[in-house]
Design a protein around this ligand. Structure first.
Ligand code: GDP
Length: 445
């Protein structure tokens, strides 16, 4: 996601950064290019206008233009505006109430509502250790209730027994009392979808909300539908008390416009994104990280979290201890690369690592991903243990030896060293941000 936009903006900013001094005209030219890039990414026109006006005003100020690094400053202004556009802080689910907390899932048919309900149930069960009950209120689509029951078995989450012929509001009542009686922490209500937004659907949503008093009403929309997703969200917002949005199919080739306009148009935060058909394809939405990803600044925090899901706890603890000391050597990088191979190649992760974006652009297929990982591994294996612990020892002569030993080139070795340096810096930053405590939370649960 966001690849094209990211590339376009990267080009604009490289030109800006490449100059010592900037004039107001330079900034305005750059902003025109940013505007086109956003429109091509399918961001809603009014949102683009507001964004560009705000950024231009801040960027042509004397303080920025006369500063030592004007280009860098403009990028920072764009970054901050992007974060604001995406919704500032990450919005957590609000389920800290007397149990059961009710989460109502709404959306059109085919948006991924049922799948997302099961994914969310899994996340709440596994990550947050909640006791979760799911109930399908979809009596329109044949087999919808059975679909949720099947997914429930798959993710090992309880579903409300199906009673044929019962209507949505009655199912909601029954689910609520079952959840209360049986001590569930969270009740997820998967409501019926429709092909289009219609009044009957909205009335039904409101009636269900009336009897179940949900803490969260999450709208599920398909990111691939671009501006339509935003229009659907707008119609729902006007009729149901939405608390947030889940954008599905962010793993597809959505241009990103829906994600970027959603907050501004609906005034509701994106809380999660769907990133695959499988049950682990759900991520919390972090505006800071997404803005960083769009601007090619990497997203190490997401990377570390992703890794935490597959990484062995012992390995993680070892790594955390090293990071606490501000160390991150070649052996650690190698361990990370192995993890990546286990996690299914570089494609999905490359965008998250600083400095890897360009390498990623050069890779065409999954097969190439794998080859690059193998090559990186060969380079590290060709280093002596001392070099691995202290990569700064690698002078020109040593680099030639390592390149020969691994059947690569000195440029390949340099690229790997640069990547290591960037990751080590990022690790230091993580240390500063959350320190061991934050890491423990990420790794250990
Ligand atoms: P509903 O009618 O809104 O309940 O939609 P479903 O949950 O049945 O999903 C429709 C299709 O979209 C299914 O084939 C899902 O596997 C697929 N799907 C849902 N979320 C995602 C996602 O985030 N990524 C991808 N690639 N597919 C998804």
């Amino acid at each position: 996601m966001f690849e094209t936009l990211s590339e376009r903006l990267g080009g604009v900013f490289d030109r800006l950064r490449g100059r010592g001094a900037l004039s107001e005209a330079d900034v305005r030219t750059a902003m025109r290019e940013v505007r086109i890039a956003l429109l091509e990414a399918d961001v809603a026109l009014p949102v683009v206008r507001t964004f560009i006006d705000k950024v231009t005003e801040a960027a042509v100020g004397a303080q920025v233009l006369r500063s030592v690094t004007p280009g860098q400053q403009v990028v920072k202004i764009v970054h901050d505006a992007l974060v604001e556009m995406l919704g500032a802080d990450a919005s957590e689910l609000d389920i800290a109430v007397n149990p059961p907390a009710v989460i109502m899932m709404v959306g059109l048919q085919g948006s991924g509502k049922t799948t997302t309900t099961a994914k969310l149930a899994r996340r709440l069960t596994e990550r947050d250790r909640k006791k979760v009950l799911m109930a399908s209120l979809d009596v329109n689509r044949p087999a919808a209730q059975q679909q949720l029951a099947t997914l429930g078995e798959q993710v090992e989450v309880a579903t409300l027994p199906i009673v044929d012929g019962q209507q949505p509001v009655d199912i909601a009542r029954r689910a609520l009392s079952a959840a209360k009686l049986q001590g569930f922490d969270v009740l997820l209500l998967d409501t019926a979808g429709r092909l289009h937004v219609d009044q009957a659907l909205m009335d039904e949503m409101r009636a269900v909300a009336d009897v179940s008093a949900p803490q969260e009403v999450l709208l599920v929309v398909d990111a691939l539908t671009g501006q339509d997703a935003v229009n659907v969200a707008q119609s729902f917002t006007a009729q149901v008390p939405l608390t947030g949005v889940v954008l599905t199919r962010m793993d597809g080739d959505a241009r990103g416009g829906a994600a970027l306009s959603m907050r501004a148009v609906t005034e509701r935060p994106i809380k999660f994104i769907g990133t695959g058909e499988k049950m682990d394809g759900l991520e919390a939405f972090h505006p800071q990280r997404v803005a960083g990803r769009i601007l090619g600044m990497g997203d190490v925090v997401s990377l570390v979290e992703r890794a935490a899901e597959t990484i062995q706890v012992e390995e993680a603890e070892k790594l955390a201890a090293k990071m606490a000391k501000g160390q991150f050597d070649m052996d650690d990088l190698r361990a990370q690369l192995l993890q990546m191979r286990r996690m299914g190649g570089l494609g999905a992760l490359a965008g998250m690592i600083p400095g890897m974006k360009k390498a990623q652009a050069a890779m065409a297929s999954g097969a190439v991903d794998e080859k690059i990982l193998v090559r990186m591994d060969a380079i590290i294996t060709s280093m002596t243990p001392r070099e691995r612990a202290r990569p700064d020892l690698l002078n020109a002569k040593r680099k030639i030896r390592v390149a020969k030993g691994s059947g690569t080139t000195v440029q390949d070795v340099n690229r790997l060293l640069k990547m290591h340096q960037e990751m080590a810096n990022a690790m230091k930053k993580i240390k500063k941000m959350g320190g061991l405590k934050g890491l423990a939370a990420m790794f250990g649960k």
